[in-house]
Design a protein around this ligand. Structure first.
Ligand code: PRP
Length: 198
């Protein structure tokens, strides 16, 4: 969940929690097709190894993997931040390692969102030590305003404003991941303040 900007709390009307569509499912799918073509164009003859970061990157990985022509394999890794609600502390740690070695492989790290960049910075350092042939990054969403770490993605689906977004893998307290679209979350006025700050 991190994305540390809190969801907006509605104080007046519209007491119910709501999600306003920011990027439709159709736009997401069309953009993924474009990114898939670009990746294959950049590496025309290479087997590609996609590595997704649990859990938010899962839908992007599965759609991207099925859209890239030729040989594609994938694996998963999981990280978490030390007792923080955001990654701005920079204390990212590995909670689940890859199943297979990335040495000598053309690796594409697949993330749902690039926010502060602390997660990606950690992962890039980790993977670089493991000597892949090439190391690239694909993110569906990029929030450049929030960047702390000096990292960038090679393939970006959409650059978005600093809003708390959910859907297409992104959650609020583990909810909304299954939406086909990406939307901006607004909390209802009856939502407990503590929940908004989780
Ligand atoms: C999200 C997202 C990225 C990370 C990006 O994961 O999937 O991995 O935050 O944030 P950063 O650029 O500020 O480091 P989250 O910790 O929410 O876990 P989840 O994927 O399981 O929801």
């Amino acid at each position: 969940m991190p994305q540390s900007k809190k969801p907006r709390l509605q104080a007046t009307k519209a007491p119910r929690e709501s999600v306003r569509i920011l990027i439709t499912g159709g736009r997401i799918q069309r953009r993924i097709q474009e990114i898939a073509k670009q990746i294959r164009k950049d590496f025309p003859d290479e087997p590609l190894h996609l590595v997704s970061v649990l859990k938010g990157g899962v839908f992007f990985l599965t759609d991207l993997a099925r859209s890239i022509s030729g040989e594609v394999s994938f694996d998963f890794i999981a990280v978490s931040s030390y007792g923080q609600n955001t990654h701005s502390s920079g204390q990212v740690r590995l909670t689940r390692d890859l199943d297979s070695s990335v040495e000598g492989k053309t690796v594409i790290v697949v993330e749902d969102i690039l926010d502060t960049g602390m997660t990606l910075q950690y992962l890039l350092r980790l993977f670089e030590q493991r000597k892949p042939k090439h190391l690239r990054v694909a993110v569906l969403l990029d929030k450049p305003e929030r960047r702390i770490a000096d990292v960038r993605a090679d393939y970006v689906g959409f650059s978005i404003p600093n809003e708390f977004v959910v859907g297409y893998g992104l959650d609020y307290a583990e909810r909304y991941r299954n939406l086909r679209y990406v939307g901006i979350l607004t909390l209802g006025s009856d939502t407990k303040k503590g929940a908004a700050e989780k």
